[in-house]
Design a protein around this ligand. Structure first.
Ligand code: HEC
Length: 270
């Protein structure tokens, strides 16, 4: 009788553990996120690259994601982060710890009030003071956006942008797109067929679409986000004096090629 009881008890607890294991497996399947499908990944090249283009994409990938700058390789002296990938992880969005702070930099007469540009470099290498937000200045925090599929945006013509703006110019709901016309730095060559208004061109990347192309964005990111000078923008972020390049032209162009050839994730169909 006692033996039978023990046996029953063991069988019962065995059955219970089998059941709870099965439940756990099912629950994990139901609750855990499935691995994303290949066509939903942000990181990866567009299809159809030649072997030499693939090699270039890979070189840009390494420079973007794996190269961590140090004081020895030119970081700073003041900076925000030490690699492109630390702010754009997996070519995706950043998070609250990787925001950039920009501040208003003109006085009531439209004059630039500050010597050191308009972005706070809130970190510094040993021996230097990180920058602080000037008191009472209006500022905004920017979260890094995803970087995938931007090569497609670069190929949209100015004509199409103007066409889209014209098409919704009379939108009764008041939601309208306005092209941003800007001056370009000397190292940026406008595309053939670019539209102009005086010296200004339509810019399209970055916040408020204020950057002309991916090359322009990359040069500014090296300089302003990491304190890395190039022949394109040799100005040291701390002294504002020209110094020797800390990243090669080739590497900058490889990163641009990498951005241009990052695939666009397939959007879910509504
Ligand atoms: C400190 C964080 C940080 C670092 C480091 C950084 N970025 Fe960014 N990036 C941002 C933020 C924030 C934005 C959005 C604001 C802006 O336009 O500048 C942005 C915007 C961009 C955009 C425009 C995306 C769009 O949709 O228009 C590109 C391209 C880009 N970054 C590439 C790079 C590259 C290449 C590097 C390295 C050379 C880099 N970033 C380093 C934070 C960062």
């Amino acid at each position: 009788m006692y033996d039978q009881f023990i046996l029953r008890k063991t069988t019962l607890s065995f059955l219970l553990s089998v059941a709870s294991f099965a439940f756990a497996v099912i629950a994990c399947k139901e609750l855990g996120p499935a691995a994303p499908r290949e066509d939903q990944l942000l990181d990866g090249p567009v299809a159809g690259l030649t072997p030499s283009q693939s090699a270039r994409h890979l070189a840009g990938d390494i420079a973007f994601n794996d190269e961590i700058f140090t004081p020895e390789t030119g970081l700073g002296p003041v900076f925000v982060a030490n690699s492109c990938g630390s702010c754009h992880p997996g070519d995706g969005k950043g998070h609250p710890f990787t925001t950039l702070i920009r501040f208003g930099h003109t006085d009531s007469l439209g004059q630039n009030e500050f010597d050191h540009g308009f972005q706070i470099q809130n970190r510094a290498i040993p021996g230097y003071e990180p920058e602080e937000l000037p008191k009472g200045t209006p500022f905004a925090k920017f979260t890094p956006p995803s970087n995938s599929g931007l090569g497609y945006l670069e190929l949209v013509s100015d004509e199409d942008i103007l066409g889209m703006a014209a098409a919704n110019a009379k939108n009764p709901d008041g939601v309208r797109g306005h092209p941003n016309w800007n001056l370009l730095p000397g190292y940026v060559t406008p595309r053939p067929n670019s539209r102009r208004q005086g010296n200004r061109y339509i810019t399209r990347f970055g916040k408020k679409g204020s950057v002309y192309n991916l090359f322009h964005q990359t040069v500014v990111a090296y300089n302003q986000d990491m304190g890395i000078t190039s022949t394109f923008d040799p100005s040291d972020v701390y002294t504002l004096k020209s110094i020797d390049p800390e990243v090669s032209d080739r590497k900058v162009r490889d990163v641009v090629f990498y951005l241009q050839t990052l695939k666009a994730p397939i959007q879910a169909q509504p």
